[in-house]
Design a protein around this ligand. Structure first.
Ligand code: GLV
Ligand code: GLV
Length: 327
């Protein structure tokens, strides 16, 4: 019999067709995610699961799926998955690294420019009739050329973002990372520093760290207070990196200049959230990987991880490869 799999949302055909050709697949047809209860029922007899970042894969879910051989996440980030619990069950977890690096770096730069040049605010003003004339003092933003960029988390995406801004705008680059990145130092003359140094010296902060217990809430009142008052803050990583009420305060009181966010906590933010009321905050609905080519590539990679898992082969992209040694 074909392996049984549950696919927790419709994903691009580039991946879905590979899955349905090899598996007995059920695809969740709704726009919104299955509830945790429904997800637990759906995986009961499954060998494989395709999860999204909106699906919590926790001990309860794993316990409800005694036959599960693989979790293939349709994302590079895996903070929706309890990795130690999956590893304890010897279930490999797949993700989609690399293929969304460039699209995500594009959105980081898009948000950085939009926030620096007040695009959200000014475009809304134009549309809503507040554009009265060409104003010498209207909608003044800040320049990028020659300024200093702070990359928090110099992985693939941080590096791709820094390349764009260094080569395109001549920005100096400081970064934090667990280890120095010699490629970044060589290609971008980037400097590996601690977070306090970065916060004190840069004009732009772009967050690319993964979300884990040590990075959760890493941007709070103290961190915003250490930044220059002209700073533009950009987050394309995960919402919980940021204490949002501290960010809202910093934006309201001019502690920093502006923010551009592709991620929030929760997602979506309620429409009456205080961040939406701030003209110097531009918020995108988690669209960093949302290009046709990138989502197709993610779907293909996600399918390949799933198929490898249900067929008992090592996943091409596995975040807990230690499960293989012990099988
Ligand atoms: C999206 O946020 C991802 O992790 O792929
Ligand atoms: C994610 O792909 C990263 O390493 O930045």
């Amino acid at each position: 019999a074909k392996p049984r799999v549950f696919v927790a949302r419709r994903i691009p055909d580039a991946g879905l067709n590979l899955i349905t050709a090899a598996c007995d697949a059920e695809v969740w047809p709704e726009q919104l995610p299955p509830s945790p209860e429904v997800l637990r029922q759906k995986v009961r007899d499954c060998d494989g699961l395709v999860s999204l970042l909106t699906d919590k894969v926790d001990t309860e879910l794993l316990a409800a799926a005694p036959k599960l051989k693989v979790v293939s996440n349709f994302a590079v980030g895996v903070n929706n998955i309890d990795l130690p619990a999956a590893t304890a069950r010897k279930i490999p977890v797949g993700n989609t690294p690399g293929v969304l690096t460039e699209a995500t770096a594009d959105i980081a730069v898009t948000l950085l420019l939009a926030a620096a040049r007040r695009l959200g605010e000014s475009a809304t003003d134009a549309k809503e009739g507040r554009w009265k004339t060409w104003e010498p003092l209207g909608w003044l933003g800040c320049d990028l050329v020659g300024r200093t960029l702070g990359i928090v988390g110099m992985g693939r995406i941080g590096f791709a973002t820094a390349k764009r801004l260094h080569h395109g705008w001549g920005m100096k680059v400081l970064y934090t990372a667990r280890n120095p990145k010699p490629e970044a130092d060589a290609e971008l003359k980037a400097r590996h520093v601690d977070l306090d140094t970065l916060l004190a010296e840069v004009d732009f902060v772009s967050v690319h760290a993964d979300l884990n217990p040590t990075t959760k809430g890493m941007f709070g009142e103290k961190e915003f207070a250490k930044m220059k008052r002209t700073v533009v803050f950009v987050n394309t990583a995960r919402g919980p990196h940021v204490n949002q009420s501290a960010l809202a305060n910093a934006l309201r009181t001019g502690t920093i200049f502006a923010a551009g966010l592709d991620v929030t906590d929760p997602e979506p933010l309620p429409p009456d959230h205080e961040l939406y009321a701030l003209p110097n905050c531009v918020i995108a609905p988690h669209i960093a990987s949302a290009t046709v080519d990138t989502r197709n590539a993610m779907a293909t990679m996600c399918a390949q991880n799933l198929l490898a898992g249900v067929q008992g082969r090592p996943l091409p992209n596995c975040v807990n490869p230690e499960v293989n040694g012990s099988r």
